[in-house]
Write a protein that binds this ligand. Structure first.
Ligand SMILES: NC(=O)c1ccc[n+]([C@@H]2O[C@H](COP(=O)([O-])OP(=O)(O)OC[C@H]3O[C@@H](n4cnc5c(N)ncnc54)[C@H](OP(=O)(O)O)[C@@H]3O)[C@@H](O)[C@H]2O)c1
Length: 348
């Protein structure tokens, strides 16, 4: 670790074309790293933005790899000192048609209970193990696993308004019982990653972001972008299974995608980084978020008639800040997100 890692700057990023990974790739390239990016369909239009990044022409190489294909990952990781494991199925395509629940508030429901476990858990959990085995094979020095606040917050034993930190883990049985497959997948994958690291002498660090917003550069919209985009159109996306009455005034943890990339680079290169790092800049109720957006963009439609406060998702990034992480103002994140949606013609 340490100085050696500073010198050898060849890093593999899995799922390189996704929202979060694209910004990680951009940051690594601008810091002089050679990047091996894994994608499932190299040459596909959905990765064209990667090839346009500064220094991509000579420092970015895309590899065709699937999370369940060990051989493809071994080829992509060969020669790398580090791996940033980002790839994971995140449910977006299973969102059902809009359904009006009230005159004012439109509603989108993600039937995550309909996502078969094989679609979510296999690539997320087994895929992570396969990535780690390929890392051992290549004698990688450090793996940064992009986990999620979803692996931290979901536990019925904690008081709702309790601020969660790195020792908190979502309760897998509870996630299974409540059919929160994404929460289960991220919790299972992260815990398995640390277990594997311990048993096989592989240095594993996790970064656990909350909702990641910020400018999009990739053409295929990821879930959190869709969430904010719909939000500024006055549509609420229900993020958990089950029937909910009204729009719960949830506390959203928010972080800018560019600040997530900074956190990942810190976690990768700081010799002292260890364990997990919650990555959140702001905890804000969606009612207050709607107010803030309204003050910035009064012409958009906003949600109204919020229900009960729900503070389950309150998390803190004190540990990451001690590592030297800073984050930008929420207004900057929102303005830059909206600007990019407008530029892409998503918010006319
Ligand atoms: N966005 C957030 O708010 C947020 C918050 C917390 C944690 N995270 C985590 O951050 C990571 C990236 O999320 P994102 O928001 O950037 O989503 P995204 O844009 O949908 O990216 C997901 C990536 O995973 C890849 N992938 C999915 N299944 C795969 C498989 N079987 N084999 C290989 N690659 C596969 C996809 O590759 P293709 O390009 O080939 O389809 C895609 O690039 C995920 O691990 C997610 O859990 C995101």
């Amino acid at each position: 670790m340490g100085t050696e890692m500073e010198m050898e700057k060849r890093v593999c990023v899995t799922g390189a074309g996704g929202f979060v990974a694209s910004w990680i790739v951009k940051l690594l390239l601008s810091n002089g790293y050679i990047v091996h990016g894994t994608v499932r369909d190299p040459g596909g239009e959905k990765y064209a933005h990667l090839n346009k990044l500064e220094r991509a022409a000579y420092n970015l190489k895309l590899f065709k790899a699937d999370l369940l294909d060990y051989g493809s990952l071994v080829s992509a990781i060969a020669g790398c000192t580090g791996v940033i494991h980002v790839a994971c199925p995140v449910p977006t395509s299973t969102i059902s048609n809009p359904e009006a629940r009230s005159a004012k508030n439109k509603w989108l429901c993600i039937p995550s209970f309909l996502i078969r476990t094989v679609e979510m858990l296999e690539p997320a959990v087994k895929g992570t193990l396969i990535v780690l085995r390929a890392c051992s094979e290549a004698k990688v020095k450090r793996v940064v696993y992009i986990s999620s606040a979803a692996a931290v917050v979901k536990n019925p034993k904690w008081p709702e308004d309790w601020v969660k930190h790195e020792t908190c883990w979502s309760d897998k049985e509870y996630c299974r019982a409540t059919e929160n497959w994404y929460f289960l997948a991220k919790t299972e994958a992260e815990s398995i990653a640390f277990e594997y690291g311990k048993q096989n002498g592989l240095d594993v660090v996790a970064v656990n972001p909350s909702f990641v917003f910020g400018p999009v550069m990739q053409p295929v919209l990821n879930f959190s972008t869709l969430l904010l985009l719909k939000f500024v159109k006055g549509v609420y996306i229900q993020i958990e299974p089950g029937d909910v009455d009204g729009v719960p005034n949830m506390l959203w943890g928010i972080v800018d995608v560019r600040d997530v990339a900074d956190a990942v680079l810190l976690a990768y290169k700081k010799p002292e980084s260890e364990g997990r790092y919650i990555c959140v800049a702001y905890n804000i109720t969606i009612k207050d978020l709607a107010e803030k957006l309204k003050s910035l963009y009064p012409d958009q439609t906003y949600l109204e008639n919020f229900g009960e406060d729900d503070r389950e998702y309150c998390v803190t990034s004190e540990k990451l800040q001690k590592l030297g992480w800073t984050y930008r103002q929420l207004e900057e994140t929102l303005v830059d997100s909206i600007k990019s949606y407008k530029k892409a013609g998503l918010l006319d």
